[in-house]
Design a protein around this ligand. Sequence first.
Ligand code: SF4
Length: 264
Amino acid sequence: MNPKNLDTYCQNTWCPGCPNFAILESVKRAISELIEKGIPRENFVFTCGIGCHAKIFDYLNLNSFYGLHGRCLATAQGIKLANPNLKVMAFVGDGDTYNEGISHLIHAAKRNTNITVLVHDNRNFALTVSQFTATSPKGFKGSSTPNGSIEESLNPLELVLSSGATFIARGYAWKIDHLKNLILKAIEHKGFSFLEILQPCITFFDNRQFYEERIYELKSPLSKEEAKIKISEWDYSDGEKSKIPIGVFYKVEKPTFEDLVLKN
Ligand code: SF4
């Protein structure tokens, strides 16, 4: 199917050049391929939180639910439990899910609920003009931290690995084909799939050069021990020196929450 068939009539209000455009394109290509493989278009449904990322609700022509700030994973889990045949995706932002909704993230991973979480991580609350988030690096200067954030950055991949996620990957917004393949793998995984997308915010935190000088592609698969090492290789606190691995870090098969609940 032509990815353009997933377009909508809505006017796009992302900043010109925002990497959200690249994420949207990767998502459309991945879903078009899955539709061609035989998954009915009406079986895809997505939720989103609040933030620049969430405007994807207007630009992606699929069944969707625009939820509350940070609560998108609760909605996604409810949808999946009500109809396990659906392919349920949750588009979230870093502030949205690592600040407002972090308990939902931990528990969804712990349950191994069969949904796909795609994090547009631009490392600030961009929609409300650049307050710092859990993944803003130490020293980040935004509207709530004009002298620089004093906090260390959270490593979300470490968090979801220890919480029980059964698929963990990281992509980069401007590597569109690579990202499309990660999205395909994440959606096809049976269980909680987590995809962190490095997404520069060209208006408030333009770290394109930083990423592009450091990113390299992982050779998968990795054992859990290898995944732990790779995941802790970079967390922005020692960012000047580190290389940044992207790709699939971890994948394992386990019973899903829906399988266990619905067989009882
Ligand atoms: Fe993209 Fe940043 Fe503009 Fe939001 S503020 S649309 S994340 S460039």
